[in-house]
Design a protein. Structure first.
Length: 306
């Protein structure tokens, strides 16, 4: 029997995505496996070190494992890397009741904002927040570019199965409107107005009170959802206000692009995983003293060779 779950998997010490192609490929593999395994994806958010999903599935752990394995194999081939990525297993939280599902979905869609990657939920590209209520909020939706099956197949691994009516955007990523359960997500909010309100509201006790109305168990809180990440909840709540966001701050993807597109070509090294220890140390010093990056960010964007 299918149920709704919040699924998350993490990689605290090493980024999961180094460029836009990586993010695009993950979403495509998420789409392919959801179709193959008959899993409904209600909401998604891809961050540099973790992924959040609201999925309707019979076997959430199995589904998460398959998506992870497919993507990590592709990532390892691309970057001449070996071994697993991140922490073992996945965090799975059952979602019961309208408000439970809406709170979890809202958290997923607001994840970029909570982690300081944007000032509002719609400012983060790599989640499904912009795909909701397309008829009422059309300025959020990215149009299709590739519609023929032959054009789409050229951008995917061989022998991939997907419906003929699926389309891709300019990045070569399947449109979320085609493979995700957007109507289910919209039904949680009811109206575009309530959706906009939930995307911009401040976390408070009323969110807990609303969930109690479901009478389906303990309310879901930010700490419940984020406990798998080890995140700073105080900082996340400050980011929620939008006042802490800085466009000048380098995000992990910016740092990876700086390393991979500017520094590595100068060294003649094709992948960060092929650097020598001395090369890695010099790059780390450059990032710390010239770009004023914290050691933790440098470590995950410039991982040690396994």
């Amino acid at each position: 029997m299918k149920n709704s779950y919040h699924i998350s998997f993490t990689s605290h010490n090493e980024v999961i995505f180094r460029d836009r192609e990586d993010l695009t490929m993950f979403v495509n593999m998420l789409a392919i496996h959801s179709y193959k395994d008959d899993v409904g994806i209600v909401a998604d958010s891809e961050m540099s070190t973790h992924i959040h999903l609201h999925a309707v599935a019979e076997e959430p752990y199995r589904f998460a494992g398959r998506v992870k394995m497919s993507y990590y194999r592709w990532f390892n081939r691309k970057y001449c890397r070996k071994g697993s990525i991140g922490e073992e297993g996945s965090f799975v939280l059952p979602l019961n009741g309208l408000y439970h599902k809406m709170v979890a979905t809202s958290y997923i869609l607001r994840n970029g904002m909570h982690h300081g990657a944007c000032s509002n939920a719609f400012g983060y590209e790599w989640c499904s927040a912009r795909d909701m209520f397309a008829d009422d909020l059309p300025f959020l939706v990215k149009p299709a570019t590739f519609t023929s099956r032959s054009d789409i197949e050229h951008r995917l691994p061989k022998d991939v199965v997907f419906p003929d009516n699926w389309r891709m955007n300019e990045d070569g990523m399947f449109l979320r409107q085609d493979f995700m359960e957007i109507p289910i997500a919209e039904s949680l909010y009811g109206t575009p107005r309530n959706y906009l309100y939930q995307m911009n509201r401040i976390t408070d006790e009323k969110i807990i009170e609303e969930q109690i109305k479901d009478n389906t168990g303990a309310p879901i809180t930010l700490s419940d959802i984020e406990r798998a990440q080890g995140a700073d909840l105080t900082a996340m709540l400050k980011n929620e206000s939008g006042r802490m966001f800085s466009r000048n701050k380098l995000q992990d993807l910016d740092v990876c692009l700086l390393i991979d597109d500017e520094i590595l070509p100068q060294l003649g090294v094709p992948s960060v995983y092929l650097l020598t220890d001395s090369q890695r140390q010099r790059i780390a010093q450059h990032l710390r003293y010239d770009h004023h990056l914290p050691p933790s960010q440098i470590a995950r964007c410039l991982p040690e060779v396994r």
